[in-house]
Design a protein around this ligand. Structure first.
Ligand code: BJW
Ligand code: ZN
Length: 239
């Protein structure tokens, strides 16, 4: 299984990678679903919505504050590093991530298509301006914009559109790759999961790396059961 996947990757002219929360699990960042996916008995679906933020911005900000603290203390793992190596080795290698944690950036990946935004950016709900903020902890919750408006995390919640330019680039990359590598995602959140059929209809060979079966398993040409921190370094042995 691994030798075949390695050969496909070595022969590919164009590779697209889609990552999800599982890629950061070995860095100590909890995934959204499955064991450890709960925070104070709330599910991600209860907190990652504009309605939850409108109802109780403090609660939502407490969750993001907790996650920002965890992420700030975490380090990229061998899976993040393997992806960055692959990007350096293959000229046409696009990384699409659903993760907002910034660990791919810290591992040296570049040109990352962050389809669900970035936890280290804030956006004003009043004037729409956006800015980076890496402070941990934030001095005041909920944070405010210079205009006095309430700030929100610069991420994409359920029911919200993905950043249109980023999404278009993600569809283009998926549709034009020889190999599409899907790692650490449950592949249940749309439209991110639709990148897999986009890749297949563009002729890509789909490789999945995940300890568990997911809806992507059926679509995958090869499904490798294992942790991304262990599997990805075996797929990218040079570079
Ligand atoms: C390991 C591992 C290890 C463990 N190594 N692996 C079509 C059909 C049905 C529904 C919809 C649809 N189109 C749209 C929807 C609605 C909705 C949706 O998808 N709902 C479904 C849940 C049913 N989608 C949206 O609302 C999206 N917007 C949209 O479509 O706009 C257009 C529109 C507007 C208005 C109305 C209708 C449409 C937006 C989705 C935004 C998702 N946002 C979040 C939060 C981001 C900010 C934040 O981080 O706080 O994104 S939710 C959360 O889920 C987060 C993640 O990026 C996303 C995906 O989760 P992910 O990464 O897959 O993580 P997990 O936890 O689910 O899985 C982890 C995996 O790792 C597991 O498989 C483990 O086995 C594995 N793993 N250890 C490798 N060591
Ligand atoms: Zn403002």
């Amino acid at each position: 299984m691994i030798p075949t996947a390695r050969t496909w990757i070595e022969q590919a002219q164009s590779i697209t990678i889609l990552t999800g929360a599982g890629v950061s699990a070995e860095s100590g960042i909890p995934t959204f679903r499955g064991d450890g996916g709960l925070w104070r008995n709330y599910r991600a679906e209860d907190l990652a919505t504009p309605e939850a933020f409108a109802r109780d911005p403090n609660l939502v900000w407490e969750w993001y504050g907790w996650r920002r603290e965890l992420i700030a203390k975490a380090e990229p793992n061998a899976g993040h590093h393997a992806i960055a190596r692959l990007q350096r080795r293959v000229r046409n290698c696009t990384l699409i991530t659903q993760n907002v944690d910034g660990l791919h950036d810290r591992a040296g990946s570049f040109g990352i298509l962050k389809i669900h935004g970035d936890i280290w950016r804030l956006r004003c709900t009043a004037c729409g301006s956006e800015w980076p903020d890496h402070r941990v902890p934030l001095p005041k919750i909920p944070p405010r914009c210079q205009c006095g408006g309430l700030a929100r995390p610069g991420v994409v919640w359920f029911g919200e559109d993905l950043p249109p330019g980023v999404w278009r680039s993600a569809v283009d990359a998926a549709s034009s790759s020889d190999v599409f590598l899907v790692a650490g995602t449950s592949a249940v959140v749309y439209p991110a999961a639709s990148l897999i059929p986009h890749a297949k209809s563009g002729g890509a060979r789909v490789i999945e790396a995940n300890p568990d079966e997911t809806p992507a398993t059926r679509a995958a040409d090869l499904s490798i059961r294992g942790r991304s921190g262990e599997v990805l370094p075996q797929l990218v042995t040079t570079g």
